[in-house]
Design a protein around this ligand. Structure first.
Ligand SMILES: [Zn+2]
Length: 239
């Protein structure tokens, strides 16, 4: 029995068979061509990507070229924050304390009930001074000109209210010096003579003096001089 006879028995005419062979002969090169194009595109993409990374590493990328989706910043801090940190760091280490840089409020403040979490989840404090167990002691907001915008004022008002609610002392700083930061931190570590509060720096005109953190709620200690406060300060245990 020959091949044509088998086809005849299967109900396939010679004409149909020729058509099928023709289609097959055309399909094979088409598939091959598709595969070749697919491989060439794949290789071209890989080569471009490798070359692109080399360009990025060599720092010769210009603005007209596309960038990688992520890039390492040169510092965690802005230029202004770096200048401030340079002064703050020796003060904080002098008192055996720690600095957390830009933690989210949600990292150190519990939300009750949990849906309040959303309101603080994207807000950060510039610097958080902590004791050696990383217990938060004092928040520092380094204010700049943006703090006068309506949106920023609203944000600061809410955040200050959160700090007050949780009993975290916050200091807003615009202009600063080593001595000013030293006084803020030393007083935070100094207990009030009359209650369980601590001392904080108050200002009247150009004069600085100390007051209790519980003033005016449960303590009326407001007029301690800085030199007297320094005598009350008890040094912190080192690590
Ligand atoms: Zn007091």
């Amino acid at each position: 029995m020959d091949f044509l006879e088998i086809l005849g028995r299967m109900g396939i005419s010679e004409q149909q068979m020729s058509f099928m062979i023709l289609i097959t002969l055309l399909a094979i090169p088409a598939i091959m061509l598709f595969l070749v194009i697919f491989i060439i595109i794949g290789l071209a993409k890989t080569a471009y990507h490798k070359n692109h990374i080399k360009i990025q590493r060599g720092r010769v990328l210009n603005n007209h070229e596309s960038k990688l989706p992520y890039e390492l910043k040169s510092s965690l801090l802005t230029e202004r924050e770096q200048k401030f940190f340079k002064i703050l760091f020796p003060v904080v280490t002098k008192y055996n304390l720690m600095i957390a840089v830009k933690p989210r409020l949600a990292d150190f403040i519990e939300s009750n009930p949990p849906h309040n979490y959303k309101k603080i989840s994207h807000k950060h404090v510039d610097f958080l001074i902590c004791d050696k167990t990383m217990k938060p002691l004092m928040a520092i907001e380094l204010d700049d000109s943006t703090h006068h915008t309506a949106e920023r004022v609203k944000r600061d008002k809410f955040v200050d209210w959160v700090y007050e609610t949780v009993g975290l002392h916050v200091v807003h700083i615009y202009e600063y010096s080593y001595d000013l930061l030293d006084n803020h931190i030393m007083l935070r570590l100094t207990e009030c003579q009359y209650c369980n509060g601590f001392l904080l720096l108050r200002q009247k005109g150009d004069n600085y003096f100390c007051g209790c953190s519980n003033f005016p709620h449960s303590c009326d200690s407001t007029t301690l001089q800085l030199d007297d406060a320094k005598r009350l300060y008890k040094s912190q245990e080192p690590f």
